[in-house]
Design a protein around this ligand. Structure first.
Ligand code: NAI
Length: 734
């Protein structure tokens, strides 16, 4: 007999339903969930001894994480997906109808997301635990979808349109205190008494002792007295939402703000807005109908498919040990040594301490050490200011970092990370020093460009030497690129991958080589932007072409951020390693001679003067005096500019896969999206190549090769695939 998802206990007229999807670590709304749930509810509806109901989770750490994404991705057509939404809506309607007869209280501990939170919206009353793990929200738009089980209708009715749009359009999830403030839950209590309070409230509701008054007010009967005590802000919101003109303004504003953010690349929030609007203007039934139809359209959209694929890829990476041998597991790391307290070293020390790891931070002198500790403290203070952490959390995290200017205190470190200056001799010397002072430790270098094999050259134990390439700012960028050198052992790889995950990163493992993977595909992309500039293109036009494609910033602005000197240095290294294919256009070196190093020098492609109140960066026109063509620029075709830069990146990614720098196309896509800002709605360079087909990519590369030369020579793997019709990922069965 199949194990049931639901267990019911009745006590003094209150039935508690415990949800526990068998065989899964978290509850999701799978396709068999609804029918079983309905049967349980029908039994309770008919049971005269049951006067009220509590819904709770049977899992120790989590309410319901949302709909089963696999189930959604199996839908073959928009109509089929709309039916799934219809089914969910009807189930919630039934729940709500029953709640009118027998009050239902949702008792939430842990995540209640998407369909999980929508279920609580159909209940009479919501209580959650004050635990850090408790989160509520509707994150569907992050997967290119919208809340399809009544969420676009019930949330605005519960907390007001403006507040609900804030949650739904951004796919936000909030912790307990914020949820209470917004009205998303009625009560927050300690976890230990959650269930008891929920039962008490259920009984009080059944007895009529607890009456619910919601913040949203029905103004149809004129201004109620209550309004007099409200703040002008709340009054304004209500006035705006409750008269048709005010509502119209609200929706127009929301749409404008949304398009500014998404540039029309993400249809999900737009459609969610539409569903909320229809519900507000034409009533609940019309709203639900629109919600289901629009949900169906989104499920089968390309954008949602790409976002769901990224979600699956990151889920798979969480389980990936980084090595192919199934018997090798990462060793536990509780203490690290961190050499270099500069920008990167301090950032790495912070994420380690933030995630419970003890850190011995070493710099060459007191000044360096003090600077690093100040950076760590600054990030933590910011967290306190923004109420993300308490002062006590901050002090606990800070206490995990101790500093030194010598090699003391490293004996127990399982891993020593290095982020000293980018200098091969210095890095080799550091390996030797660590082999003496912490002989059993893994040595992980955060070098951005030196092959790990070279750093390991003089090592007594090269099997312990590896690359851990973090991205700046370390506390914000989600990717960690782990670099395996020819002599690195699988055990070292697995331990460092596990450490990276513990630090909260999405980790890909690549094989050693100049530029590894991310810097290698970035270099020809930036190089192509420099060619466009050298041909006479305007800086802002080139950047706009790529932000139009979906990158968060354009390539030349990125160069300003990274440092034009750093970019040029890397370009020279890449040229030396890969030959004329990566030759930079002449003339760019002049920028460095002029002291134009980018933002850090307040002098680059853009102006960095007093920028107060200035939202848009403007090009520093004087830079053109150093470039071919001078200040008269030739118009650039945005289509061609974007195509050329993107083809460079795609072609180099294919070379990396062909040369086995990458373990899989999946890792290549995740590296580009999480490390370089490749637009998620286009999946990644490999999914993008699949969407066009290798044949088209090769044709386009050849066309540019004829016109612009060697640097567009197609990667052998792409040529092979164009001939055989192969794809990087298996073709989805539709
Ligand atoms: P930084 O110049 O801010 O910091 C380097 C720190 O190392 C300084 O505090 C310096 O005093 C210290 N140091 C120098 N020699 C030392 C020694 N022998 N022992 C202990 N400390 C020593 O440099 P940043 O930007 O933090 O870069 C560090 C490393 O990370 C470099 O290898 C760089 O290529 C790499 N990297 C940098 C990225 C970036 O965006 N800045 C991104 C990824 C990697």
């Amino acid at each position: 007999m199949a194990v049931s998802t639901f267990r019911t206990e009745t006590e003094q007229g209150v039935a508690t339903i415990f949800i526990d999807v068998p065989g899964e670590p978290v509850n999701t709304l799978r396709d068999d969930f609804q029918s079983e749930f309905q049967a349980v509810l029908a039994t309770l509806a008919d049971d005269a001894s049951v006067r009220a109901i509590v819904i709770a989770s049977g899992k120790p750490e989590g309410f319901i994480a949302g709909a089963d994404v696999q189930m959604l991705s199996r839908a073959r057509s928009a109509a089929e997906a709309a039916e799934l939404s219809r089914g969910g809506q009807q189930a919630m309607d039934k729940l709500e109808a029953l709640a009118r007869k027998k009050p239902i209280v949702a008792a939430v501990h842990g995540p209640a997301l998407g369909g999980g939170y929508e279920l609580t919206l159909a209940c009479t009353y919501r209580i959650c635990s004050d635990d850090k793990k408790t989160q509520l929200g509707l994150p569907e738009v992050q997967l290119g979808l919208l809340p399809g089980a009544g969420g676009t209708q019930r949330l605005p009715r519960l907390i007001g349109i403006a507040q609900a749009l804030d949650i739904i359009l951004a796919g936000k999830t909030v912790k307990a205190p914020k949820a209470k403030k917004l009205g998303m839950v009625d009560e927050v209590v300690p976890r230990s008494i959650l269930l008891e309070v929920a039962k008490t409230r259920a009984r009080e509701l059944a007895d009529g002792k607890l009456k619910i008054s919601r913040k949203r007010l029905d103004l149809s009967g004129g201004l109620p007295k209550l309004l007099k005590g409200l703040t002008p802000e709340v009054l304004q919101t209500i006035a705006l939402e409750d008269n048709p003109l005010g509502r119209k303004v609200l929706f127009q504003q929301a749409k404008k703000a949304l398009l500014k953010q998404t540039k029309g690349n993400y249809p999900a929030p737009e459609k969610a807005l539409e569903a909320v609007r229809i519900g507000a203007e034409q009533g609940l039934e019309a709203g639900l109908k629109a919600e289901a139809t629009l949900f169906g359209e989104l499920v089968v959209s390309d954008v949602s498919k790409r976002l769901v694929e990224i979600f699956f890829a990151t889920t798979a990476l969480k389980k990936d040990t980084g090595v192919d041998e199934p018997n090798i597991q990462g060793a536990k790391v509780e203490k690290i040594g961190m050499l270099g307290a500069g920008l990167m070293g301090a950032g790495i020390a912070y994420i380690a301490a933030d995630n419970g790891i003890f850190v011995r931070l070493k710099d060459k002198d007191d000044a360096g050490l003090a600077r690093g500790l100040t950076q760590i403290r600054g990030i933590l203070d910011e967290g306190v200011k923004r109420k993300r952490i308490t002062r006590r959390d901050r002090d606990e995290k800070l206490a995990r970092v101790t500093g030194a200017t010598d090699f003391s205190g490293l004996t127990h470190a399982e891993v020593v990370v290095e982020a000293v200056f980018e200098d091969l001799a210095l890095k080799q010397k550091t390996v030797a020093e660590i082999e003496k002072s912490a002989p059993r430790a893994i040595f992980a270098s955060n070098t951005s460009s030196i092959p790990i094999g070279k750093i390991a050259e003089g090592a007594a134990h090269p099997e312990n030497v590896i690359g851990m390439h973090f991205f700046s700012p370390v506390n914000k960028m989600p990717l960690l690129e782990v670099i395996r050198a020819p002599k690195t052992s699988s055990q070292t790889v697995a331990t460092v991958v596990a450490l990276g995950k513990k630090m909260g990163k999405t980790v890909i493992v690549v094989n050693d080589g100049v530029g590894f993977y991310t810097s290698r595909i970035l270099a020809p992309y930036l190089n192509e932007a420099s060619f466009l500039l050298a041909e006479g293109g305007a800086i802002d036009e080139i950047d706009r072409a790529l932000t139009g494609f979906g990158f968060p910033v354009g390539p030349l602005q990125l160069l300003d951020e990274v440092g034009i000197d750093v970019g040029t240095k890397v370009a020279h290294i890449m040229h030396a390693a890969f030959g004329d294919r990566l030759l930079a256009p002449s003339g760019i070196d002049k920028l460095i001679a002029d002291g134009r190093l980018g933002r850090k020098a307040k002098k680059g492609f853009y102006s960095y003067g007093e920028e107060k109140g200035k939202s848009r960066k403007s090009v520093d026109e004087t830079v053109y005096d150093l470039l071919p063509g001078g200040r008269t620029r030739t118009p650039v075709s945005a289509g061609e500019a974007a195509e050329r830069c993107v083809l460079q990146m795609v072609n180099e990614a294919a070379l990396c896969l062909g040369e086995k720098v990458l373990r899989s196309a999946r890792d290549g896509d995740i590296g580009a999206v999480f490390g370089l800002g490749w637009p998620p709605f286009r999946g990644g360079p490999f999914r993008y190549a699949d969407s066009l087909g290798a044949k088209t990519i090769v044709e386009r590369l050849r066309r540019y090769e004829e016109k612009l030369g060697l640097r567009f020579k197609p990667a052998p793997l792409l040529v092979e695939m164009a001939a055989s019709g192969a794809t990087f990922f298996p073709v989805a069965m539709v």
